[in-house]
Design a protein around this ligand. Structure first.
Ligand code: ELE
Length: 232
C-alpha cells in the first residue's frame, strides 16, 4: 500500500510539474524568440535604465535582462516594466528564492539564473513567471530536464567549451534548447545561432558601459539593430 501511494504521489507530482512547465516553457520561448540576442544589462543608476531600454527596443531588442548585481537593479526592472513601451523586462543573476520573488514583485516577466539550486527551482515551480536556469554540463542539463525544463541558459558559453561543445550536446540532449551567454559578441554570435539547439544568445556587448555613461542612446540603438539583424 505504502509503496503504491508513494508511486502515485510521485507520478502526480511529475505530471503536475510537467503540465505547469509546458505552459511556462511556451511563455519563455515566446519571449526568447522575439530576437536573436537578449541584452544583458548591469545597471548602476536606475534612472539610466529607461532611456537604455528604450534605445534597445528602438533597435529591435525587446526582451531585456537586467542583472541583480547592483543596488539599482530591482528599481531598474520596475521602471523598465512600467515605463518602456514594447519592452519585456527580465531579471538575471538570480541566485536564490528570495531574489526570484523580489524580481517577480518588481515586474520581471522572465527570470535568468547562471545555474540552479533546489530552493530556486522550488520558488520557480510556485510562480507563473518562467525561469531560464543555467547549465554548463550534460549532467546539469539532465537534472533540469527531470524538473521539466526544456529551455536552458548555457553559461558561461565561451569558457565552458563554446559552440562546438554545445553542438555536441544537441544529439544526446535532443529536445533541449539553449540560450548561450558569456563571452558572446557580434563576432561569434552566429556560431551559436546556427546550431539546431540554440533559440537565441545573450550578451552584454550591446550595452557597453562607456556608451551608457555618455548617454549615447543612438549608439546603443545602432548596436542593438546590428544584433537584431543576426540570423541563424
Ligand atoms: O548571471 C547571470 O544570470 C548572467 O546573466 C550572466 C551573464 O549572462 C553574463 O555575465 C554575460 O556575459 P557577457 O556577455 O560575457 O558579459
Amino acid at each position: 500500500m505504502a509503496a503504491g501511494r508513494e508511486y502515485c504521489t510521485r507520478t502526480i507530482s511529475i505530471v503536475l510539474r510537467g503540465a505547469a512547465m509546458n505552459s511556462k516553457t511556451e511563455k519563455l520561448l515566446s519571449v526568447l524568440k522575439l530576437q536573436p540576442v537578449v541584452p544583458v544589462l548591469v545597471v548602476d543608476d536606475a534612472a539610466s535604465a529607461v532611456p537604455l531600454a528604450r534605445a534597445l527596443v528602438a533597435g529591435g531588442l525587446k526582451a531585456i535582462e537586467i542583472t541583480l548585481r547592483t543596488p539599482a537593479a530591482l528599481e531598474a526592472v520596475r521602471r523598465v516594466a512600467n515605463e518602456v513601451e514594447g519592452a519585456v523586462a527580465g531579471a538575471g543573476t538570480i541566485l536564490n528564492a528570495a531574489q526570484f520573488d523580489q524580481a517577480v514583485a518588481a515586474g520581471a516577466q522572465f527570470i535568468v539564473s547562471p545555474g540552479s539550486t533546489p530552493d530556486l527551482l522550488d520558488a520557480a515551480a510556485l510562480s507563473a513567471v518562467p525561469l531560464l536556469p543555467g547549465a554548463a554540463t550534460a549532467s546539469e542539463a539532465m537534472v533540469l530536464r527531470e524538473h521539466g525544463y526544456e529551455v536552458l541558459k548555457f553559461f558561461p558559453a565561451e569558457q565552458a567549451g563554446g559552440a562546438a561543445y554545445l553542438k555536441a550536446l544537441s544529439s544526446p540532449l535532443a529536445g533541449t534548447l539553449f540560450c548561450p551567454t558569456g563571452g558572446i559578441s557580434l563576432a561569434n554570435a552566429r556560431d551559436y545561432l546556427t546550431l539546431p539547439n540554440v533559440v537565441c544568445v545573450g550578451g552584454s556587448w550591446v550595452a557597453p558601459k562607456e556608451l551608457v555613461a555618455r548617454e549615447d542612446w543612438a549608439g546603443i540603438t545602432r548596436l542593438a539593430a546590428e544584433a537584431a539583424a543576426l540570423k541563424g
